[in-house]
Every structure is written in structure tokens, then in C-alpha cells.
Design a protein around this ligand. Structure first.
Ligand SMILES: O=C(O)CCC(=O)C(=O)O
Ligand SMILES: [Fe+2]
Length: 336
């Protein structure tokens, strides 16, 4: 595979069963091969994307002391502003590197029902109030609008995924209806000093959940996915499309049929380093915290080249929330 496949969702989102199956099968093909694809025809308004990207850039351009007012008072809480030097994503895959050259803003759902699932002590670990900065105005509303658009898209994409996997179309519905998705606005600053040896914008890692839906700028110093022969493929992030990749939990759920691929964000070339910042918006779609991820075997008619063996699970079951908590713990390399 020499480039990331592009999947046009418009016909499938239009509802024709034959088109839905065709698109599901396209997802299956690429998710078995590389675990990455670009989606067009996704139905998300350009305004929702541009608003959030614009406001995120405004936020990151504020003076550091102002951004730091959005640090969470309880260290280690995955909400609010996280400064440079705190996270090393490669640590989640057991590789020690210097911290990633990025700052980010972490948020989740804005409101939730008064029900024990959300408000119990366990629920509060995943449903935490967001911590919005005073500026820019309209940040919270733009984030909520984007989050809602992603929720609609991911419900549809998980149904298409099911069709592609040959399992009931609604298999995932009740495992994602109270999902714990977090979002990050990642900002990779222009690099005025050379990075330390082995230091990247984001070290090589896999994502943790089901689908990661990424929207970004198309500038130097970007995303790369690893191919099966070990080489790195540049992944173009375009402001009008989404790059989707599979996370660990979907790989486990599909018993390794689908690949949670290693990816990273590289530094800009020396010649452009001092001028090139980059922003990306990531929606890390993650099942309900109490969803139990148990390997499902693939139907034999879809073939078994991926190595999945009917009936023999490659992983023990894991709970969605506990899995993510452990990854957050592993990747936090400094207190913040
Ligand atoms: O910024 C990007 O392009 C990708 C970021 C990423 O892989 C992550 O935050 O998990
Ligand atoms: Fe990632």
C-alpha cells in the first residue's frame, strides 16, 4: 500500500443497503491492511470544522500564563490545558522517549444525564466537567457542536464497520451509546530549538479505543503511519476530510482482523522548523466504560488471511474504561 485509501461515505450515509455493505467492505479491506483511511462525503459541516480549528489556534496563540490558567487543579486529570513536556505517547507502547513536542487541550462531553452510570464514583472518572478557558469566546460551544457531529458520524461508521466485519449491523450500538470519548486539540509549536535525540511531535504509538477521527492542517511536520515492511507513510491531513484509524480496542474486539496501526507525528524539516506550527483535532471514540471487549471471531466466508481464527480468542476480555485509564497512566511522563 503506497497511500492511505480514500473512502467516500456519502452513498452509504444515504442509506442504500447495497452501498452500505460495499463501503463496509472497503473499510474491512483497509483496516486489515493498514488500519488507516481518509473519509470524504462525511456530512460534517465545514463550518463546524473551521470554527473549532480557528478557535483552537487562537487559544494556543495566547500567552503561556493565560493558557496555564486552564490547567486542571488536580494533577493528572484528563481535562483542560496540558503543557509541553507532560506526555510521551510512545510510553504507552513500552518505548521510552523524551516527551512529545506538543501541548494540547483535553475535553469530553459537556453534559450528561443525572443517572448512576454517569454520576456514580466510577462514572465520575470518565464524565468530568470540562475546564474552558476565559478566552477565546465561543470555544465551548464550537467544541460541543463538533463533538455532536462526531457522535453522529461514529454511530454510522461503527454500523458500517459491522457490515464490513460480517457481524450484525447493530452489534456495537449498545456498547457505544454511553461512550466515554475524549477529544484533544493538539498543537505542535514551531520549533525554535532542535529537538532532543529521539524526540518527536508525537512518538510512535497506537491509539486506545475504537476509531480515532482526525482533522488537521496540511503543513510540514505531520502524521505518518507505519507500513507492514516497517517504512513510514506520510498521511496527508486535509482541513476538509477526516483521517480515521483503528484503535487497540477495535483490534482486540476483531481478534486482530483489524489493525491498530503504529503512527507518529514527525518534526518539521530544519529549514521550516521555526515557522511551522501544526494543529490537529482528534476525536478518540471509546466505548461505554463498562463495555467488555471480548474477541469476536470473523465469519469464515470473509477469509482468514488476517490470522484471526474462528473461536480462538487472542486476548483476554478487558473493560473499556480500565483499559484507557491504564494507557493514560503509562503515557504521562511528568506530573501535570
Ligand atoms: O496530530 C496528529 O496528526 C496525530 C496525533 C495522534 O496520533 C494522537 O494524538 O494520538
Ligand atoms: Fe494517535
Amino acid at each position: 500500500m503506497s497511500e492511505i485509501p480514500v473512502i467516500d461515505l456519502s452513498a452509504a450515509l444515504g442509506g442504500s443497503p447495497a452501498e452500505r455493505l460495499r463501503v463496509g467492505r472497503e473499510m474491512d479491506r483497509t483496516c486489515r491492511e493498514i488500519g488507516f483511511f481518509t473519509v470524504t462525503g462525511h456530512g460534517v459541516s465545514a463550518t463546524a470544522m473551521d470554527n473549532l480549528r480557528g478557535l483552537a489556534n487562537t487559544f494556543f496563540a495566547l500567552p503561556l500564563d493565560e493558557k496555564q490558567r486552564a490547567l486542571h487543579p488536580v494533577k493528572g486529570t484528563p481535562r483542560g490545558y496540558i503543557a509541553l513536556g507532560v506526555e510521551a505517547l510512545a510510553s504507552g507502547n513500552a518505548v521510552a522517549t523524551p516527551p512529545d513536542l506538543k501541548e494540547y487541550y483535553h475535553f469530553g462531553r459537556e453534559t450528561w444525564p443525572e443517572e448512576a452510570y454517569y454520576t456514580s464514583p466510577e462514572g465520575q472518572r470518565y464524565f468530568r466537567p470540562n475546564l474552558w478557558p476565559e478566552r477565546p469566546a465561543g470555544f465551548a460551544a464550537a467544541a460541543a457542536a463538533y463533538y455532536a457531529a462526531m457522535e453522529t458520524l461514529t454511530v454510522e461508521m461503527m454500523r458500517l464497520a459491522s457490515l464490513g466485519l460480517g457481524i450484525p449491523e447493530h452489534f456495537f450500538d449498545d456498547k457505544i451509546d454511553r461512550h466515554i470519548t475524549a477529544m484533544r486539540l493538539n498543537h505542535y509549536p514551531a520549533q525554535v530549538a532542535p529537538p532532543a535525540p529521539g524526540q518527536l511531535r508525537a512518538g510512535a504509538h497506537t491509539d486506545y479505543g475504537l476509531l480515532t477521527i482526525l482533522n488537521g492542517e496540511n503543513v510540514p511536520g505531520g502524521l505518518q503511519a507505519q507500513m507492514r515492511d516497517g517504512r513510514w507513510l506520510d498521511v496527508e491531513t486535509d482541513p476538509r476530510t477526516f483521517v480515521v484509524n483503528i484503535g487497540d480496542l477495535l483490534m482486540r474486539w476483531t481478534n486482530d482482523r483489524w489493525m491498530s496501526n503504529v503512527h507518529r507525528v514527525v518534526n518539521p524539516p530544519d529549514s521550516a522548523a521555526a515557522r511551522s506550527s501544526r494543529l490537529s483535532i482528534a476525536f478518540f471514540h471509546h466505548p461505554n466504560y463498562d463495555a467488555r471487549i471480548e474477541c469476536i471471531a470473523s465469519p469464515p466466508e470473509l477469509g482468514s488471511e488476517s490470522g484471526s481464527e474462528l473461536g480462538s480468542a487472542k486476548y483476554p476480555p478487558v473493560l473499556s474504561g480500565a483499559y484507557r485509564d491504564e494507557k493514560y497512566r503509562q503515557t504521562r511522563v511528568a506530573a501535570a
